[in-house]
Design a protein. Structure first.
Length: 568
């Protein structure tokens, strides 16, 4: 009894410490895959009740879903007296027509007003310097050019004047239509000058401008696309009196199963040594880039574990990275609220509290959520950046050799640190037999766990309260969609290795029997396939010809571009 009391006291003290430490709990309404969420009283009250105290005012996603602003120019136009760039000439006709700027401005003012009504701190998120995409050096705007710096100083002053009530700014210097010159590139101003020296001067200038206008405002910088080493060096050069860091909880990406990597932990320690606030970016709700376009994947324990892990590093805040949709039942988002109010809560207690509104179905719903969360943790997110957006993958893979598509761009992080985070960052060689096997086995384990969850769900569905039933059914459908796509990867990878073994002198009869079984399961998983029907007929008729025809390495066909990682 005494030890239980001591444990309870320690948990309470830890919870109080975390609550005091997390000064900034940042959310925002809408998501790239659902930008339609309204900034209304109901949603603002829900966010406040969950424990959020700061709101990002725009979705700020690369392809501008819902015509959301991405750059300062999107809500301001071009300041008087500023030179036009190549990007301006394109964007002023396509993205920044006067009517668009006015309408975005109207929405922004409305959002600022309702945030004020509910007592939220506000952040406007933008990329700078805005360049013509796809970015190609020499860039049309360069941070070593005083004209570029003057432009953004003027834009920040205009933002403060035209949109009173914006507390903080959040700036990306890569992505969000922003880009930076390489010190090894053709820019005469930047060639030979290390990136930390250049970007720190630019960020310091903008941050000091904002602080001069808003004495309590913070200029949050996101060092996206910089290598780990560049980030460490740049942080030492930043003005800690007016700058904070808003960073992904993993240098590679926000990942539900891989929060708070070594880089994140190092940055938090480094920033704290300079008394610079740090916000860690995570998924706080169901919609995420990883499962896009799905909106209803319920994996609340995975959310809790990520929040707990990031908070254990002692950042000053936690921020949603993708977007929140509070007007839909979202167990992941409600779990975030439970964590914000009770940071020391255990898994079982958190699940029980989360499931309580489900009444007689609560126990089984909690089990479904537990299993779905375990499945999300098992999925091999780290194989490639292309393993994201799994809802866009096509289960009907090609019958050529399975690849594992990598992804990479010409940025410092992609060409260095991110190679430690993703197994594949290019497609220059076929994946090794063991790499294919590793991903196959991990996909199988994840799919089995999803199947376990889906076995629980049907018996629960009819007992779920009516108010939650439609979303619960949708979550089952979407989880099954991910299961099918995960199985498609596993089948394709095993089929490829099996064919390779058969061609290499393996026991053909055993390979033939397993291949037949695999193809039949694969066909069922795809909902039928004429291509697999034809392959099975050949396998039965002439197995030697089958193995010399199917699952052979081939150049990219262009038939499966995008998110289907085993076909190209």
């Amino acid at each position: 009894m005494f030890m239980k009391k001591i444990t309870a006291l320690l948990c309470m003290l830890y919870g109080m410490q975390v609550m005091a430490q997390l000064k900034y709990k940042v959310g925002f309404l809408g998501a790239p895959s659902w930008p339609h969420t309204e900034w209304n009283d109901s949603n603002m009250q829900k966010m406040k009740d969950l424990g959020f105290n700061t709101m990002q005012l725009n979705i700020a996603w690369g392809y501008r879903p819902g015509d959301e602003p991405l750059n300062l120019e999107d809500v301001l136009g071009l300041p008087a007296g500023q030179r036009w760039t190549a990007g301006d000439s394109v964007y002023m006709d396509s993205l920044r027509r006067p009517g668009q700027v006015v309408e975005r401005g109207r929405r922004l003012r409305q959002r600022i007003g309702i945030c004020r009504k509910y007592g939220f701190r506000t952040i406007f998120h933008f990329g700078a310097p805005c360049v013509l995409y796809p970015a190609k050096e020499p860039l049309d705007q360069c941070i070593s050019d005083e004209a570029t710096v003057a432009r953004y100083v003027a834009l920040i002053k205009d933002l403060h004047a035209q949109y009173p009530g914006v507390d903080d700014l959040l700036c990306y210097t890569y992505d969000q239509n922003a880009w930076l010159c390489s010190e090894f590139g053709p820019c005469p101003r930047c060639h030979g000058v290390p990136l930390p020296q250049r970007v720190s001067k630019f960020v310091n200038r903008l941050a000091r401008t904002w602080r001069s206008l808003n004495p309590h405002g913070i200029f949050w910088w996101e060092p996206w696309e910089l290598s780990a080493g560049e980030t460490y060096r740049t942080v030492d050069l930043l003005d800690s009196t007016c700058i904070g860091l808003s960073i992904h909880s993993d240098i590679a990406e926000v990942q539900v199963a891989l929060p708070a990597d070594r880089w994140f932990r190092n940055i938090v320690v480094q920033a704290k040594g300079r008394k610079m606030p740090v916000i860690g970016e995570v998924w706080t709700g169901g919609p995420t880039e990883e499962v896009e376009p799905y909106l209803h994947i319920a994996a609340p324990l995975a959310t809790l574990h990520a929040l707990r892990t990031v908070a254990s590093c002692s950042p000053d805040g936690i921020k949603e990275y993708y977007g929140n949709i509070p007007d839909k039942e979202d167990p992941n988002l409600r779990m975030t609220g439970i964590f914000f109010h009770q940071p020391a809560i255990g898994d079982d207690a958190a699940l029980a509290e989360l499931a309580r509104p489900y009444g007689v179905a609560a126990r089984d719903v909690a089990m479904y959520w537990r299993l779905a969360s375990e499945a999300m943790a098992l999925y091999p997110w780290d194989v490639s950046w292309m393993a994201r957006e799994i809802g866009r993958s096509d289960p009907a893979h090609l019958l050529t050799a399975a690849v594992l598509k990598g992804a990479s761009w010409q940025t410092p992080s992609w060409q260095s640190t991110r190679k430690t985070a993703f197994m594949r960052t290019d497609d220059t060689a076929q994946p090794n037999f063991w790499m294919r096997e590793d991903i196959q086995l991990r996909c199988e384990q994840a799919a089995l766990k999803m199947e376990d969850a889906l076995k629980v769900a049907p018996g629960v569905r009819d007992r779920v309260p009516v108010v939650y039933k439609a979303v619960f059914v949708k979550s089952m459908e979407e989880l099954d969609g991910i299961r099918r796509r995960t199985l498609a990867y596993a089948y394709h990878l095993r089929e490829t290795n099996l064919a390779e073994m058969a061609r290499g002198g393996g026991i053909r009869s055993a390979c033939k029997e397993e291949m037949k079984s695999l193809l039949e399961k694969d066909r069922a998983n795809q909902g039928g396939s004429a291509d697999i029907d034809e392959a099975l007929r050949l396998l039965e008729k002439d197995s030697d010809k089958f193995f010399s025809t199917y699952f052979l390495p081939t150049p990219p066909s262009g038939k499966k571009e995008g998110w289907t990682i085993t076909s190209q």
